[in-house]
Write a protein that binds this ligand. Structure first.
Ligand SMILES: C[S@@+](CC[C@H](N)C(=O)[O-])C[C@H]1O[C@@H](n2cnc3c(N)ncnc32)[C@H](O)[C@@H]1O
Length: 419
């Protein structure tokens, strides 16, 4: 293999509308993974009429409502913002015309993805209004002319979002999906078919594929089957038999995770008035169980996924009532923008070991670091994890202590105290 031709995180993203130096979020100089891939490139080349499947014909973007669903780190949004800015710049004056109607609309579930998009737009020199960034929970545009879908890892999220966007898609809407070959399955295409209309795929190029869907106005896909609700098992302490609400894309949306279950069996009780953070809350099962076990505790639910935070709020409300006080935050780890330093008594955490298609312990490390900063002296971080992940080493390095609360052949519950 020619090592020089292997793209690295620093390889610029070359598109028909310019070359961009993109970053993931948070920016890390040691990062080896790029913020774009061949699926992003393929879609943009197709839109510019430069792919085999486009047969020389560019997709009309100017003056149209272009929606990008599931853009990972803002590569598509940044390039399209440049495309639409170029298109709306008059050659005589080279002055940019108003962008509010031309700006691409990004719809993303990820706080990290949104922060990366903001950073990448700024790096590209784009104006602050060069793109409109919406979350998967916000009302989408009423009419969509061009719908571009970066196929998400979660089929459930795709299903739910296609249902949400279907009313804005008309017979004239151009719908194109993109993904790496390994990300596009028969079930992915069936979703497009079932919710929007007839669907076919392109030939693969550099292990990426496009999805072409022709909206069928006669199709009635019915309502989204999300959110899903399930009841917790009967032997897990104060949360036994309680309801868990899961919006699409949330971790373990169909049943309780076995690691989470192990921590539920060993959950500490917090004093009245104690501030407890469910860090990486997912559907909020840990924080809700803590609230049930510790009357008077103040709960904070935090996740980088908007779908997760909405699920946690729904789970908490279903069990503690509509007016019970709690905070629900979409943020990265437990950084300075989330809660003040030294303000928290207890952090509960089942860290992810996958982040955005990559297997990494970087997020766990950021979560432990954030927890240490957020905890008051004497405050505790309780972590559940696979035994083989060796979280105790990280916790000992950060906190100077780490105690094994419970273990089974697969999982450990660890406790670290902020001295
Ligand atoms: C293993 S799941 C645990 C979910 C839930 N606490 C449970 O036990 O069922 C990890 C969660 O961390 C969230 N997460 C991933 N990266 C994050 C980050 N940088 N900041 C905050 N939450 C993050 C994921 O969205 C996911 O909901």
């Amino acid at each position: 293999m020619n090592r020089l031709s292997t793209p690295t995180a620093a390889t610029p993203f070359t598109t028909p509308w310019g070359t961009f130096d993109l970053t993931r979020f948070p920016e890390d100089p040691r990062e080896r993974l790029r913020a774009w891939d061949a699926a992003d490139e393929y879609l943009l080349r197709h839109l510019a009429g430069e792919s085999d499947s486009a047969q020389g014909e560019a997709t009309e973007l100017t003056g149209r409502t272009v929606v990008v669903l599931g853009d990972r780190w803002g590569a598509l949004t940044t390039a399209l913002a440049a495309a639409l800015t170029t298109a709306s710049t008059t050659p005589s004056t080279m002055a940019s015309t108003a962008l509010s109607t031309a700006a691409p609309v990004q719809i993303s579930d990820s706080h990290l993805g949104r922060q990366a998009t903001l950073a990448n737009l700024a790096r590209s020199g784009a104006a602050p209004d060069a793109a409109r960034l919406l979350t998967t929970r916000e009302t989408p545009p009423e009419r969509i002319d061009v719908l571009l879908v970066r196929v998400p890892k979660s089929l459930a999220l795709l299903e739910d979002q296609l249902h949400r966007l279907a009313p804005a898609v008309g017979p004239g809407t151009v719908v194109i999906g993109t993904g790496m070959v390994t990300e596009i399955h028969t079930s992915t295409l069936q979703l497009f078919e079932r919710i929007l209309g007839p669907t076919r795929t392109s030939l693969a190029a550099r292990k990426a594929r496009l999805i072409f869907c022709t909206p069928d106005p006669a199709l009635d896909p019915g309502p989204s089957p999300w959110p899903h609700t399930y009841a917790l098992p009967g032997d897990i302490g104060p949360a036994s038999g309680r309801t868990v609400v899961n919006h699409a894309g949330t971790f373990c949306a169909e049943r309780l995770d076995i690691g989470t279950r192990f921590l539920l069996g060993h959950l500490p009780v917090a004093a009245p008035g104690a501030r407890v953070v469910d860090l990486g809350c997912g559907n909020g099962v840990l924080g809700t169980a803590a609230a049930l076990a510790s009357p008077g505790a103040e709960l904070v639910f935090l996740d980088e996924s908007h779908q997760a935070v909405a699920s946690a709020e729904a789970t908490f409300r279903a069990n503690l009532g509509p007016d019970a006080p709690a905070e629900f935050l979409t943020a990265d780890a437990l950084g300075p923008d989330a809660v003040p330093a030294g303000s928290v008594d207890l952090v509960l955490n089942n860290p992810p070991f996958h982040s955005h298609q990559a297997t990494t312990d970087a997020t766990a490390w950021r979560m432990f670091t954030g927890a240490r900063r957020a905890l008051r002296p004497g405050g505790e971080l309780w972590v559940v994890g696979n035994r083989h992940l060796g979280y105790h080493l990280k916790l000992r390095r950060l906190f100077g202590n780490c105690e094994l609360v419970a273990g089974n052949p697969k999982f450990v519950v660890l406790r670290a105290v902020r001295r």
